[in-house]
Ligand binder design. Sequence first.
Ligand SMILES: *Cc1c(COP(=O)(O)O)cnc(C)c1O
Length: 401
Amino acid sequence: MKTQDYIDLENKYVAPNYNPLDVVIEKGKGAWVWDVEGKKYLDFLAAYSALNQGYCNPDIFEAMVKQAKQVTLTSRAFRNNQLPQLAKKLCEMLDYEMMLPMNSGAEAVETALKVTRKYGYVKKGISHYDAEIIAMGNNFHGRTISIISFSTEDDYRKAFGPFTPGFKTVPYGDLEALKNAITPNTAGILLEPVQGEAGVIFPPENYLKTISDLCKEKDILLITDEIQSGLGRTGKMLASEWEGVKADIVCLGKALGAGYYPVSAIVSSKKILSLFNPGEHGSTFGGNPLGCAVALAALEVLEKDKLPQRALKLGEHLMSKLSVLKNNSLVKDIRGKGLWAAVELKPEAGGARRFCTKLMERGVLVKDTHHNTIRIAPVLTISQEDLDFGIDKIIKVVEEG
Ligand SMILES: *Cc1c(COP(=O)(O)O)cnc(C)c1O
């Protein structure tokens, strides 16, 4: 079968809830993928940062196969020997006391929301069911009905009400609006340290630190969604480290499974996570030994291969190269941190999509984000030479207009 045959088949049998570029990938290795016709592409999306450790990372492959031969699922009706090892590693690496394993990012966020509500009732004395959680404008936290209930993106919501109550949103980066939204019923504040899906948006300096101080003062739980920003992407293990902030609850996913397996988790304190009693929350696959073995290996690779440090160093190179586009008449803004950057185009550029299609034809896969932004997020194992190959293509395509 050729490219078009697969596309036709997918369009016939798969619900059209995505609008993918028409490349049909058959194989991936490191920073590169190959399509069904054998054409090679440099990947600059890394599955929205789920592939920080690179496509088919050999160390993680080995751990996965080893575990697949042992036992893959026990359910948590029984214990397994992998979950405690992952939990210890994750907590020690990120300096937290406890973790709770789930599968997808949305489930990690849901878990954080549930425990935050319970904290509000049990620890803060908010009356049932008045707990409020404040989220930010242009957030992305996943696709469940509760999560889209506080989305500000019309497409994510409009056909899917009624919505879950108990959430408020304030504009991202606006501390005054946030302060005004806080009431005695505020149990938690949920935010992304960097908003990926919104177009790689960085908040003003000290924003996160100020919120963290505010949360401590008012006994509000700070929940950071580091599903995309965490695990090395910005040049630190967690993006909140840039401001020296330690959130009460951190949501992790994506690169925790290194593209091999969906694994998510929240990490927090014993005080908070021990609020969950047996039976109050769970997941059949959450904490399964195969996922845990993969996640443990994924974390070990981040450490052993110093991927955050690598992202920091290569990120500086990326930004200095992209700066040649600063004065380009089609470019509105260039921003980035670590191996995570955005080239935001002016409306007159006619959208980022056509640039992404052109780049695909030239062997570089990037994704348009929020209409006008080209998001750059290669795997963190990328070589400088490969990074240059991709950046040069992007610069050329924008310069051609
Ligand atoms: C991808 C993502 C999620 C949702 O993760 P899924 O695994 O798709 O459910 C949540 N928050 C952020 C910031 C994300 O990037």
